[in-house]
Write a protein that binds this ligand. Structure first.
Ligand SMILES: Nc1ncnc2c1ncn2[C@@H]1O[C@H](COP(=O)(O)OP(=O)(O)OP(=O)(O)O)[C@@H](O)[C@H]1O
Length: 262
């Protein structure tokens, strides 16, 4: 995406804080980045660097104490159907509703669609995640990976401006995780949706992302922004992208008196 285009999502100088009983916790410090339409924008960084907090703020669940977050040039002040979140947990579905009903419910409850139109849209996206045969099944008979597929179908059926994914595959076994990553890329090839994806896995970031934002350890600051080809390609200096990211995240931080690589 040409960087002269207007960003879909603009995060400028954003500091995010939690107020606990005893003290203030700064989760991110003056973080800035822009996401353009059809970007697969991945935020990667060590545990506790504020990735989930950033996603919550983009979702409209947390206000910045400094800086601004804008979607389509409008400041984000509350949650909205233009941003849909997919989480890591498998219990995101309503257990008393079938796969189809779960997706339909999201569409009708948000006022997006109703009746036949909602059902058709739901079935379209259930098919996209290869779960047509399970449209009338209840969540308890599905595997973890299948439940995540339903959560993705539900998110995509809402046709949000941006899909927010918080470590959606982290709780899956390695093989299922790799398969789900491939499927997500296939879905992106089909529909070119915009996704903001959070992970602490460098290999996942390299595979999923077209653009990768590296955050430093707590409190999260922008360490670098990189482009990815969707594979672990070598840079002109011969280093693999994964190695380069590791170096930026850990070695350079360590030499600056930051953290060590555990
Ligand atoms: N509800 C909360 N109240 C107080 N502090 C919080 C709260 N949620 C998160 N934090 C703190 O904010 C910082 C950032 O947390 P966050 O969950 O955003 O990090 P993360 O990068 O997503 O980590 P992980 O990869 O482990 O999920 C951490 O220091 C965390 O302890």
């Amino acid at each position: 995406m040409p960087q002269t285009a207007t960003p879909l999502l603009s995060v400028q100088g954003v500091t995010l804080r939690y107020r606990t009983k005893d003290h203030l916790v700064t989760a991110t410090y003056r973080v800035s980045f822009d996401v353009y339409r059809s970007d697969r924008f991945v935020i990667v960084g060590p545990s506790g660097c504020g990735k989930s907090t950033l996603l919550k703020a983009v979702g409209g669940y947390l206000r910045a104490v400094e800086g601004q977050i804008k979607l389509n040039n409008q400041e984000i002040v509350k949650p909205g159907p233009d941003r849909v979140m997919v989480f890591q947990e498998f219990d995101q579905l309503l257990p008393w509703k079938t796969v189809k009903e779960n997706v339909v419910f999201a569409l009708t409850a948000s006022g997006r669609l109703k009746g036949k139109a909602a059902e058709e849209k739901a079935l379209h996206y259930i098919d996209k995640v290869n779960l047509s045969a399970f449209a009338n099944s209840y969540p308890h008979i599905l595997s973890g990976g299948m439940k995540q597929r339903v959560a993705i179908a539900r998110g995509m059926a809402m046709e949000p401006d941006i899909l927010l994914m918080d470590e959606p595959f982290a709780a899956l076994d390695a093989l299922t995780r790799a398969k789900m990553q491939d499927e997500l890329l296939q879905l992106w090839d089909d529909t070119r949706f915009t996704v903001l994806f959070v992970t602490h896995s460098i290999s996942e970031a390299v595979k999923i992302g077209s653009r990768i934002l590296l955050l430093s350890p707590h409190p999260g600051r922008v360490r670098a922004e990189l482009h990815s080809e969707g594979a672990d390609t070598k840079a002109p200096d011969g280093r693999r992208l994964e190695e380069r990211i590791e170096e930026l995240l850990f070695k350079e931080a360590a030499t600056q008196g930051g953290i060590s690589h555990d």
